[in-house]
Design a binder for this molecule. Structure first.
Ligand code: BES
Ligand code: MN
Ligand code: MN
Length: 443
């Protein structure tokens, strides 16, 4: 396609931002977090924004503001400058922090999630410079990928500063380059860590095996009681508050082209399975679930080492949906796991971070505005879908400011978010910039 909106300058700048390894989960990258925040501040300064880097209890927030006229609506653009750990580097075809363009895509950690998508707004505003008909605020956080732990307090403290008419977020995806999507709901999350300690230190498994508890076995037994073979979560009351979809909503979801086959292609899964009676979109968007994100204990090196480990740990997260709440599910999880503790074990259950689910009101004016912008650029009305991912800011803005968000995502399902070889399609990058311009111009 004709990529007249992507200037070499834009790609060069995006590459600069993508080169900064702003991994929020790793404390060794603290300096890189500041570099990424400063990079954004400098860029927004050059577009005549008033900018501030505001401290939080963790990584700072970049705030920027451009006022056209007080009588005009104010659009709050949210994004995140932090990225996920790139994982096993040998699985990347190019260095995750040396962005490379191959086959119409830009490859780097953060290309789609979220630096590249955030940059579609910066490029749009640069192109519109001097003719932006509304007021713009930016809130760009550095802790989204670690659960936006400090954002609730930050937003509560800065209500006045953040006051806006609508929040727009480009941090989700379309179904393909020709099938635009607006996600109208996001799942929430409860992220936990379970620790089982049975011994003071690792010991010889021959001398002691048969007489002491093995924490890896105990932890496996606990995990095996979290879900059954039919993929139901066994925490008492877990499903109590799950919202049932309206018939009309189910019918809409059934029309979407995303099918089991696509999940297999995208993930390499040999079967697509989950709670029976639901299609893939419902299982990922409308149903809550539980997963083990990581589990470790004992010896993992080459060859053998005969020990009984002292400690076993697992990171267990639950994706939650309306009308479940993160407090409710945190409590139910902790209470249930504690009932699974056998005698003679030191069990610890910690909630590391949480976010509430959200369902948006698609009948609002701003959804129509976004819909029209997509229509102009993609030639088609966007489809509406429930997303399985989580973006904690959405429910926090609703809680403290009554502010709604519209998810104008420009990723694709095969962008490899949180996986090796993350990328952003340059066609989607171009379309994203154009869609944002159409959106902003309509005020
Ligand atoms: N951008 C994603 C969420 C997303 C992905 C929304 C695809 C819609 C479609 C976001 O950066 C993310 O990964 N969020 C985390 C949040 C968690 C750490 C609290 C997630 O969902 O795992
Ligand atoms: Mn993201
Ligand atoms: Mn992410």
């Amino acid at each position: 396609m004709n990529r007249k909106h992507i200037k070499n300058k834009h790609l060069d700048e995006l590459k600069e931002l993508l080169s900064i390894p702003s991994i929020s989960a790793h404390s060794v990258h603290k300096k890189d977090m500041i570099s990424a925040a400063k990079w954004l501040q400098k860029k927004l300064n050059s577009l005549k924004f008033e900018t501030k880097i505001l401290p939080t209890g963790g990584h700072p927030v970049v705030f920027a503001q451009y006022t056209t006229h007080n009588s005009r609506p104010t659009i709050l653009i949210y994004g995140h400058y932090d990225v996920q750990d790139p994982g096993d580097l040998s699985l990347w075809k190019s260095d995750p922090f040396k962005p490379e363009i191959r086959g119409g895509n830009i490859y780097a950690r953060g290309a789609a999630d979220d630096k590249g998508q955030l940059y579609t707004w910066i490029a749009a505003l640069e192109i519109l410079q001097g003719t932006v008909p509304c007021n713009i605020k930016f809130m760009i956080e550095g802790e989204e990928e670690v659960g936006s732990k400090n954002l609730d307090v930050f937003i509560q403290k800065n209500k006045k500063l953040l006051k806006s008419d609508i929040c727009v977020i480009s941090d989700s995806h379309c179904l393909s380059e020709t099938k635009p999507v607006i996600d109208y709901g996001l799942r929430g999350i409860v992220y936990t860590e379970i620790t089982v300690k049975t011994l003071e230190r690792d010991v010889h498994s021959g001398i002691y095996g048969g007489n002491v508890l093995n924490p890896a076995v105990v932890l496996s037994q606990i995990i095996s009681k979290l879900k059954n073979e039919n993929h139901s979560v066994l925490i008492p009351g877990f499903y109590e508050n799950v919202r049932k979809l309206k018939k009309s909503e189910r019918d809409e979801l059934k029309k979407l082209p995303f099918k089991d086959k696509q999940v297999m292609n995208e993930t390499g899964a040999l079967v697509v399975t989950g709670e029976s009676g639901y299609i893939v979109h419902e299982r990922a968007g409308a149903r809550p679930t539980l997963d083990v994100n990581g589990i470790w204990s004992g010896y993992n090196g080459e060859g053998e080492k005969t020990i009984i480990p002292a400690v076993a740990k697992a990171k267990v997260s639950m994706r939650i949906v309306p009308n479940q709440t993160s407090d409710e599910i945190s409590n139910k999880f902790i209470n249930y796991v504690n009932t699974l503790e056998p005698d003679g074990v030191d069990l610890k259950v910690e909630v590391l971070s949480t976010g509430n689910p959200i369902l948006m009101d698609t009948s609002s004016l701003y959804f129509k505005t976004a819909e029209n912008a997509y229509k102009k650029v993609f030639g088609k009305k966007p489809l509406y879908k429930l997303s399985g991912g989580s973006i904690p800011v959405t429910s926090i803005l609703k809680k403290h400011l009554g502010l709604d968000s519209v998810l104008m995502g420009y990723g694709l399902p095969d962008d490899n978010l949180h996986s090796p070889n993350e990328k952003l399609s340059l066609t989607m990058f171009e379309k994203g910039i154009k869609t944002n311009i159409e959106f902003l111009k309509s005020f």
